[in-house]
Design a protein around this ligand. Sequence first.
Ligand SMILES: NC(=O)c1ccc[n+]([C@@H]2O[C@H](COP(=O)([O-])OP(=O)(O)OC[C@H]3O[C@@H](n4cnc5c(N)ncnc54)[C@H](OP(=O)(O)O)[C@@H]3O)[C@@H](O)[C@H]2O)c1
Length: 332
Amino acid sequence: MSDPHVAIVGATGAVGHEFLRVLEERAFPLRSLKLLASERSAGRRLPFRGEDHVVEALADDSFRGIDVAFFSAGGGTAKAYARLASDCGAVVIDNSSAFRLVDGVPLVVPEVNAEAIAGHDGILANPNCSTILLVLALAPLQRRCGLTRVVVSTYQAASGAGQRAVAELRSATRAVLADEPPPTAAALPQTLAFNVFPHVDVFMADGYTREEDKMLYEVRKILAMPELRVDATCVRVPVERCHSESVAVELERALSPTEARALFAGAPGVVLQDDPHGNDYPMPRAYSGKDPVAVGRVRQGRVFEPGLTFWLVGDQLKKGAALNAVQIAEAL
Ligand SMILES: NC(=O)c1ccc[n+]([C@@H]2O[C@H](COP(=O)([O-])OP(=O)(O)OC[C@H]3O[C@@H](n4cnc5c(N)ncnc54)[C@H](OP(=O)(O)O)[C@@H]3O)[C@@H](O)[C@H]2O)c1
């Protein structure tokens, strides 16, 4: 598939904008680009490679002549249109959770399981953003010394909940700084200004959230480890962009922190930034707009034996969404 005709569904959203940036940055060899969103955005113009492109309302005939369709418009839109797009001949790469756990749909992080791409039947799924960042660090550990248990807490940026959540964080922050009551939260479940809350996506019957379930089941599928134990607590923090994660792993065979640092430093898609005594560790501001996941604060774990504890940061709009999907398309 060379020089494909490309469509972006959800082009006006947070991930959609990132798709435009990533396709430009990587000089993705496309022949044409169609921008699709809801009726609300029809007629809007978005710049790409120096030219304005008009956004069209998504419709049944949107995918005629399209070779690659990047979907980032939520699960409902993916369920309604992805199969239709693939029936028209497009390969769909979907950012929603609609197809991630469906048997036969590859769930891909190219640095980790690129071999899964070949098995697609027209639809491929991009994993959840926190999951993508996590598996980039887990995969080299799994390969080197085996992995048995993972405990992870996330520190997720507002943009992970879309553009409206970023606008809400900004307006609530302005209100609090002006000693005014912040507007009632709508895009997020609580006011995020000067606050954190352990609530990303909806709560399930067992007290975990759907985001925490995604991390468990998606990590298992990507690493092909159906028995792996993953206990996640997902937390929203008042950061605009980039998710962070605190990770503790139990390994099958011991690995010293020094060996682990060398392993992370050489792992694809990962950079090591680990000099805590020099106040040098990954932070969201430094990795906004960057490709790799940064790992730091690598240390011997105090609970798991043998085990390691570490910190990671990655741009969830870029590697956690648009970049990962574009890398899948490049592999195709
Ligand atoms: N934000 C992240 O960090 C992130 C990371 C990984 C995956 N994802 C996933 O990516 C998807 C998009 O997230 P986002 O953060 O970009 O959300 P967003 O900023 O709210 O954007 C949503 C996009 O979907 C479009 N859309 C909504 N309903 C539609 C419909 N019925 N028909 C056509 N287009 C429709 C919107 O168009 P209008 O502008 O016309 O409303 C907009 O372009 C979600 O599935 C999300 O779970 C997000």
